[in-house]
Design a protein around this ligand. Sequence first.
Ligand SMILES: Cc1cc2nc3c(=O)[nH]c(=O)nc-3n(C[C@H](O)[C@H](O)[C@H](O)COP(=O)(O)O)c2cc1C
Length: 307
Amino acid sequence: MTVDLSVDLCGVRLRTPVLAASGCFGFGREMAGWVDLAALGGIVTKSVSLEPRRGRPTPRMAETPSGMLNAIGLQNPGVEAFCAGDLKFLAGAGATVVASLVGRTPGEFGRLAERLDGEPGVALVEVNLSCPNVEHRGEVFATDPAAAAEVVQAVKRATSTPVLAKLTADVTDLVAVARAVVDAGADGLTLINTLLGMAVDTGRRRPRLAAVTGGLSGPAIRPVAVRCVWQVAQALPGVPIVGTGGVVTGEDAAEFLLVGATAVAVGTGSFINPRAVVEVADGLERYLADQGAGSPAELPALFKAER
Ligand SMILES: Cc1cc2nc3c(=O)[nH]c(=O)nc-3n(C[C@H](O)[C@H](O)[C@H](O)COP(=O)(O)O)c2cc1C
């Protein structure tokens, strides 16, 4: 059985449905010795803001059962340094680049999208909505359908590049947020960002992270992420979804594709194995062949919702 791994994500042809997730692959430079950047489905960059950010104090990471907590604090060099250096590097390496944007107001998101519009090498834009809205008491954009939609509208007005809205599962009604951002013009969704967590160093009787709380990622969150993709795919059929959360093997990727994702992104998996993005794609190819499927797009039709 010959398998064609390529997929269409919001009108962009990806070589494979396996991307590197934001914040877990830097801007590709450190990983170039391990993998051929051009062979990946795509690289979602670390989220980029208008101005450089130094991030949170250390310790910023803590290992937890089947996962980890992080509170990096969106450290990044700012959009000008990104365009002058990292983006040129990635484009030169032949990578399919998904530029992740982070702002403090809808206006900041719009300015970022405008700055990147027309920059050669950006295939898609991902809007990181898991950050505080400074105009609204620091409430995370993705927890409020109206605030999330306002950001997406600002970004869509400023760019002709397809836009993915990245949502959090830390909400009561994810479908309501997903519907709001799709109505606001999002071309696709990335589900999910990390889940808010906390771990305590019992010997020292203190939080393990300097920021006290942080984002939980890795295989521990995969069932939550799969559930989110399933619920949203059922409610909004036809909306492309990038499933994210605990993908470390080809079978993990297949779980997401079976329940309706178009692609997946590997985050924490790259910290365990720098070649994870490639190996997940290889594993998925073997899985598809075993299942008699010629392409990833055939998987949802093979899924049986009843046990
Ligand atoms: C160290 C670290 C940094 C991250 N930085 C970002 C970021 O800058 N922007 C973003 O949208 N998501 C960020 N994420 C979230 C991941 O992109 C992903 O959504 C999440 O970790 C779940 O996937 P995983 O279980 O495969 O890691 C980060 C995750 C980790 C572990």
